[in-house]
Design a protein around this ligand. Sequence first.
Ligand code: GRF
Length: 207
Amino acid sequence: MSESMSVIGVIASGRGSNLQAIFDAIDAKTLSVQVGVVMSDKKDAEALARAQIRQIPTVFLDPKAYPDRPSYDTAVVHVLLEHCVQFVVLAGYMRIVTKALLDPFPNKVINIHPSLLPSFPGMHAQRQALVAGVKISGCTVHFVDEAVDHGPIISQAAVPVLDGDTEQSLTARILVEEHRLLPMAISLYTSSQIKSIQNGKKERFML
Ligand code: GRF
């Protein structure tokens, strides 16, 4: 393990296939980071088991043990800092994050979402795309702000929406791209290859 390798913390609520894509990219040496800790708000998240197999520290924090979102996020930050985390990846994390998590990690929290944002934020993005009848959908990696699935876009990948697609078939097609896009975006942002530019009042990011 190189001394200069960035340490990331991954937070996931479920299956953890995007976490697995990060591990696979590390193994394939296309991504050069260390995963310092994997956290979850769900005790039985498969993501935790995937990390445990690799002897990566895992921490489950029960939201019910905290009075509100900021105090939960403060506890999350405490764990992340304890594990020397420099960058945070939300990979299927189903909670809304607050300033208590974002302020200690300015422009250092990213999320993956299964639509071409700003279209279809929130739950069931693939279903929303089918209902809207779009012909192209995809996934987005973006910096996280306090709004849901909002914040400067880092990278996107598009897939066609085919006649006869079901939510399941579209989800599967998008997931293939998520697993490609997320490790790539992590590599870009941990190696400081993303520049912030001001476009009017908006902050944008480019390579
Ligand atoms: C992915 O589709 C991700 O974009 C969304 O939640 C899903 C998580 O899947 N935010 P997994 O847990 O990484 O398998």
